[in-house]
Design a protein. Structure first.
Length: 565
């Protein structure tokens, strides 16, 4: 039995808990089951996205593992919003909001039912950080497991995924692809359940889960449809009971400044999603650690790009799995001196100890650090007069790191997308989409629909796009997001007018508006916030509570304590 009395005993012990026990008996529990620790098993299983459609079999395996370990599982589900299906319309405002809804809902169930431990399964982009945030907030014995990526499709002898479908629309508009070819490719792009197969947000945050130590090694890059996932899910269920018995670390033992820096290094080394720059500060916030975009930037700057992964590179999650998975990346980084080897892992061993038998780099998918693809990470934090609090750009695969041009200003995503569809822009333009930040949107929409059109039209590096909104991990091209302060807060982005010169220097990590301070001060005197429709419901609450992007766009004060008893 656990070293400390399980919290769940609040619900089963004593005469005044007779009604509680009747509810448990109604669910099939007997005396032996009620004597065990209670473990919540949560997933985002549902029929609204292929990312979560295959989680049920994995949660069932985890429940078996919990019973094998000596606990009793209670399965429940929480929401997910499919980034793929909410992209490029107003529904995308709900995507980042769902991260907070997931964390809050899991907290409500675990605290409300006094569960002793938690196993969590996520699939789509925001479900991963949402569940990890809940685990760190609760600080109960916890194990996270990613549901896995889908296998890529095959079209005319080449691998394809959803991002090819997005970019294909732009190619049709540009006249370089026929609608018939696009329709043919559409059928091939997503052949199985699972998340997008490149190093986009879901796979990036899965890598983060292993690096932070919240997940078992080997779970992140294994494809969703591999049966070996069931064994790993059972092992996750057994592991959480071992931790509950006092044989492993709690989430806040794992999420430390050192492990957060390790996670940043893993993102940078693999050219991962820019969304990690938003999610890592949010996870840190739950542990009471102030970890800002500046902290992320410092690690990105000192970490080499060593994995050749899409969207900037050639390979997919499946290929990295065969090359040794996350452990191969971490081993290469550790050997090169880029990780804190004394950070803890889920087993209680240090990261260095757990990587002792990990495979080395294969030289293709993963390189040694002295053979890096780029001297600094695949993601860069830019700062300057246009982004005093910072902005994020993915440079993996970019040929152009310096760009200067005139601004074309759009007040929302739809206006810019319409201009792109009509090809009403020119090479050399800097397209600016504002009023799409956490408050201004509200909800900080991703812009993959717009960026993919630009790339599909063959203009990916002939124009730049800057926004206070977000980008999908699948975005490629010279696309800069998360600009802070956002326009709705009166940041410099709000003061840009058509024709202003904007300079981007990714090599020097600079993003500057080439307008004098006096002129900006004059404009600020006449600035008023962009008018939007009155809000209600969840977006109204979110806009009132959400903080700035450089702190993770969080909605509460962090490091929450909970009175026991």
């Amino acid at each position: 039995m656990p070293v400390n009395k399980p919290r769940s005993r609040l619900t089963v012990e004593g005469m005044d808990r007779t009604p509680h026990r009747t509810f448990l008996r109604a669910m099939g529990l007997d005396e032996e089951a009620m004597a065990r620790p209670f473990v919540g098993v949560v997933s985002t299983q549902g029929e609204n996205t292929p990312c979560s459609l295959g989680l049920k079999t994995q949660t069932e395996a985890a429940k078996t593992g919990v019973v094998m370990g000596g606990g009793w599982p209670f399965e429940f589900t929480t929401v997910s919003v499919s980034d793929g299906l909410s992209m490029n319309h107003r529904g995308m405002r709900m995507s980042l909001v769902s991260r907070e809804l997931i964390a809050d809902s899991v907290e409500a169930v675990v605290r409300g039912h006094a569960y002793d431990a938690l196993v969590g399964f996520g699939g789509c982009d925001k479900t991963l950080p949402g569940l990890m945030m809940a685990m760190v907030r609760l600080n109960c014995p916890s194990v996270f497991m990613y549901g896995g990526a889908m296998l890529p499709g095959q079209w005319r002898g080449a691998p394809v995924s959803t991002v090819n479908a997005y970019e294909g629309i732009g190619a049709v508009i540009a006249g370089t692809m026929s609608e018939a070819d696009l329709a043919s490719m559409e059928v091939a792009c997503s052949p199985t359940v699972g998340a997008c197969p490149g190093q986009f947000t879901a796979n990036t945050m899965a890598m983060v889960s292993e690096t932070l130590g919240l997940a078992l090694p080997g779970t992140a890059m294994m494809p969703a449809v591999f049966s070996e996932r069931l064994a790993l899910a059972r092992a996750s269920g057994q592991a959480v009971v071992r931790i509950l018995d006092g044989h492993g670390p709690l989430p806040r033992d794992l999420v430390t400044r050192k492990s957060l820096e390790n996670a940043c290094a893993a993102v940078a080394a693999t050219g991962g999603s820019t969304n990690a720059g938003l999610h890592l500060p949010a996870i840190a916030h739950e542990a009471g650690i102030v970890f800002t975009l500046d902290d992320v930037a410092a690690v990105f700057q000192r970490t080499p790009l060593i994995a050749d992964l899409q969207p900037g590179g050639r390979y997919l999650a499946r290929d990295l799995h065969y090359a040794g998975g996350v452990q191969a990346v971490l081993r290469a980084l550790l050997d090169g001196g880029y990780l804190h080897g004394d950070a803890l892992t889920l087993s209680g061993a240090t990261l260095a100890q757990s990587l002792a038998t990990a495979p080395g780099p294969d030289g293709a998918v993963v390189r040694a650090t002295d053979q890096a693809l780029h001297a600094t990470g695949g993601v860069v934090v830019l700062k300057g007069t246009l982004a005093p609090q910072g902005a994020l750009v993915k440079i993996a695969g970019l040929k152009t790191l310096v760009f200067e041009g005139p601004a074309r200003v759009f007040e929302c995503e739809e206006d810019c997308t319409q201009a792109v569809r009509e090809r009403a822009y020119a090479a050399g333009d800097v397209l600016i989409i504002r009023n799409e930040g956490p408050v201004g949107g509200p909800g900080m929409r991703e812009m993959l629909g717009t960026t993919a059109l630009i790339y599909g039209q063959g203009m990916g590096e002939q124009v730049a796009l800057i926004t206070d909104g977000r980008f999908s991990g699948a975005t490629r091209g010279l696309c800069i997001g998360y600009v802070g302060p956002e326009a709705a807060a009166g940041g410099p982005l709000a003061l840009v007018v058509d024709g202003d010169r904007v300079r981007i220097d990714c090599a020097q990590a600079r993003l500057d508006l080439l307008v004098s301070e006096d002129e900006l001060a004059r404009r600020a005197l006449h600035w008023t916030p962009n008018l939007r429709q009155p809000l209600a419901g969840v977006l109204e609450k979110y806009a009132r509570l959400v903080g700035p992007a450089y702190l993770g766009a969080v909605t509460h004060s962090g490091n929450m304590a909970w009175p026991e008893g």
